[in-house]
Design a protein around this ligand. Structure first.
Ligand code: UD1
Ligand code: PEP
Length: 438
């Protein structure tokens, strides 16, 4: 068994270089598979999901190579043989559905496992399906996988998304890039990851305008070519480190970021009383003597990201008074809350909101991370708690961070991996990991 052990470490100080964005990288690697010759992607993080994609691609005859010099990834899909993806692999992460958008045009048929990834009770893909159907494809569900088939070349369509979804917007961008005619996406997501995907596709020869606004127009082209492209920095990792700086009373600079991508995050930090300084490619967050309670309501970009609500919950646990964190994107995304309660936090869930009474002492315990951002939240809580916090569910944290432990350590955090080959020794732990969800 593997877990992360965290102890109160005092204020975090220093700088971290922010890696490439996971949520962009997942789409960019799939998009790169559409080109007739190699695409080199710079800055793709070495994450679990990316490694699974690599192995899945190799099954299809796509060659993936990492440069030993700069870590750039070259995707060579010139010899792709089919689009029948391994069901187990494609079901182990959320964004496998991008391979439908990417490969449907070329093969007219994609077979793939249902999307996995973090479980927030409900994560429908009805808007992806709506778009594929509008472009002339049909979806055939089976027990553990689904198949999407189009009997002729996909055709451009006028698609209105019933809800703003980054996944369906990016997926449809890929499908439309080589479809016949014009596609218009209305009520499209405006996330930086959408713009990043459109920018890569355009560099591969696609004709996409309007990415970053709610209406995107795509003129289909017959084929796409290779190029070299750099992924954007991970705004969610950057936001989490800025929140961690404030929660521990320290000062952290995130480097190699695009500060504009952090607009709502920085606004909230300022509201909470954190001092922010930013330049062209960096942001520094510093504790300014006092934290203030706040209200946070998540929404799609440029609103406050649902992926930042958990780190901000850990921050607000340190702010005196009552804070309210309302998740409008995933109303059930509160698996971190019972874990924080085990540590002594006063948090109640009412509907889609977590009501936090802050500045109560936290104590270390065994806790379990059920998703990427819950893991970050628990690490932050552990840094502020008395005693030792032991976090299981490490594999979820590793889905989002190449080296979470190393990055926190570089800022002075008392944090390390622990591993036993068998059962934990009796008396070693205050509660067994199996009970950590209680
Ligand atoms: C791999 C990846 O990029 N994951 C991110 C992506 O997930 P993902 O792309 O899955 O999330 P979406 O942007 O699609 O979801 C946004 C909202 O739309 C809803 N929806 C989505 C699709 C659909 O067909 N029908 C539907 O109703 C969802 O339930 C959610 O309420 O954006 C989420 C919201 O910013 C983030 O939390 C995830 O980290
Ligand atoms: C929810 C997330 O990831 P995924 O969509 O891949 O499950 C996340 O990155 O916070």
């Amino acid at each position: 068994m593997k877990w992360i052990e965290v102890e109160a470490s005092g204020p975090l100080y220093g700088s971290v270089r922010i890696p490439g964005a996971k949520n962009s990288s997942l789409a960019l690697v799939a998009a790169a598979c559409m080109a007739d010759d190699p695409v080199t992607l710079i800055g793709i993080p070495d994450l679990l999901d990316i490694r699974v994609i690599g192995s899945m691609c190799e099954d299809l005859g796509i060659r993936i190579a990492r440069s030993p010099i700069d870590g750039s990834m070259t995707v060579d899909a010139s010899r792709i043989r089919h689009a029948s993806l391994d069901v187990g692999k494609s079901s182990s992460f959320r964004a496998s559905y991008y391979f439908v958008g990417a490969l449907l045009g070329k093969f007219g048929k994609v077979r793939i496992g249902y999307p996995g990834g973090d479980d927030f009770v409900s994560r429908p893909i009805d808007q992806h399906i709506k778009a594929w159907r509008a472009m002339g494809a049909e979806v055939f569900p089976s027990d553990d996988h689904y198949e999407v088939r189009a009997s002729s070349r996909l055709r451009g369509a006028d698609i209105y998304f019933d809800t703003i979804t980054s996944g369906a917007t990016m997926n449809t961008l890929m499908a439309a890039a080589t479809a016949r005619g014009t596609t218009i996406l209305r009520n499209a997501a405006r996330d930086p990851e959408v713009v990043d995907t459109a920018n890569l596709l355009n560099q591969m020869g696609a004709r996409i305008v309007g990415a970053g606004t709610d209406t995107i127009r795509i003129e289909g082209v017959p084929s796409l070519r290779g190029c070299t492209y750099q992924v954007i920095p991970d705004r969610l990792i950057a936001g989490a480190f800025l929140a961690a700086a404030a929660a521990t009373g320290g000062s952290v600079t995130v480097e190699d970021v695009i500060p504009e991508h952090l607009g709502s995050c920085l606004a909230k930090l300022t509201e909470i009383g954190v001092e922010i300084e930013s330049g062209d490619t960096y942001v520094r967050a510093s504790y300014a003597g006092k934290l203030r309670a706040a209200r946070i309501r998540t929404g799609m970009y440029p609103l406050f990201a649902t992926d930042l609500q958990q780190p901000f919950t850990a921050l607000l646990l340190q702010a005196p008074g009552r804070s309210i964190v309302n998740d409008r994107v995933y109303p059930n995304r509160f698996s971190h809350v019972p874990q924080l309660r085990r540590m002594g936090a006063s948090i109640e869930i009412k509907g889609s909101a977590a009501i936090i009474d802050g500045a109560r002492p936290l104590r270390g315990d065994w806790v379990h991370a059920t998703d990427v951002r819950a893991g970050t939240c628990l690490v932050m809580a552990g840094l502020c708690a008395e005693g030792v916090t032991r976090i299981t569910g490490v594999e979820h944290i590793e889905r989002g961070y190449e080296d979470a432990v190393g990055l926190f350590r570089s800022l002075g955090a008392n944090i390390r991996f622990r591993e036993t080959s068998g059962e934990a020794e009796q008396g070693d732990f205050r509660c067994s990991p199996k009970n950590a969800n209680a």
